[in-house]
Design a protein around this ligand. Structure first.
Ligand SMILES: [Cu+2]
Length: 195
């Protein structure tokens, strides 16, 4: 799957296009649209454009260093998220193409706070990448506005070139619906390093 879909513009353009209407922002290759249609027909999520729900906080933030390996990874949203969206969050060792850290992502009872509990403690002095799928939906079925991630929480858009190479970690496909947003990105990544 990786590398078959070409990025159509740069991260800055994504930040602009997200604010346009769905038709105006549909600057994705027809292949992507076709895949989205197939998935919609299959009864799963179509590529929903971002609505009003945004990311409220990311801990540890992108670029953080000296992070306590026992410190939980916590993502907060401004509104409740749709059930099951935790499947579109992952923690990778190294960059976003690295192995997925085994563990469990759990939503708070109000579905606004997502916490990762690793199966084993994180490794000291190691780089990790939090990956949030661009196709995540809120409880109203709208996409999440990730722009605050880049402007406030050290996030980077997971564009196609970043996703190149094989996605490790149990064969997880992080370029399908749920992982890919309506803007064509694969969501946000946040790199941090443990103490
Ligand atoms: Cu990932």
């Amino acid at each position: 799957m990786h590398g078959q879909i070409q990025a159509v513009d740069n991260p800055v353009d994504h930040m602009v296009t997200r604010k346009k209407t769905p038709m105006q922002s549909l600057r994705v290759p027809s292949l992507v649209a076709a895949v989205g249609l197939m998935v919609a027909v299959a009864g799963q999520h179509a590529l929903a454009p971002a609505g009003d729900t945004a990311v409220l906080s990311v801990v540890p933030a992108g670029g953080a260093t000296g992070v306590d390996p026992s410190q939980p990874v916590v993502i907060e949203f401004t509104a409740a998220m749709e059930m099951g969206m935790q499947q579109y969050a992952a923690l990778h060792v190294g960059d976003v193409t690295g192995p997925v850290v085994p563990g469990t992502w759990t939503f708070s009872s109000d579905a606004r706070r997502l916490t990762f509990t690793p199966a084993a403690p994180l490794t000291p002095q190691t780089r990790y990448t939090i990956h949030l799928g661009g196709g995540m939906l809120d409880a109203s079925g709208n996409g999440v506005d990730f722009t605050s991630c880049a402007s406030q929480f050290g996030g980077q858009w997971a564009i196609d070139s970043m996703m190149g190479g094989s996605m490790m970690g149990g064969g997880a496909n992080m370029m399908g619906t749920g992982w890919q947003g309506a803007d064509g990105t694969y969501g946000m990544v946040f790199l941090f390093t443990t103490a």
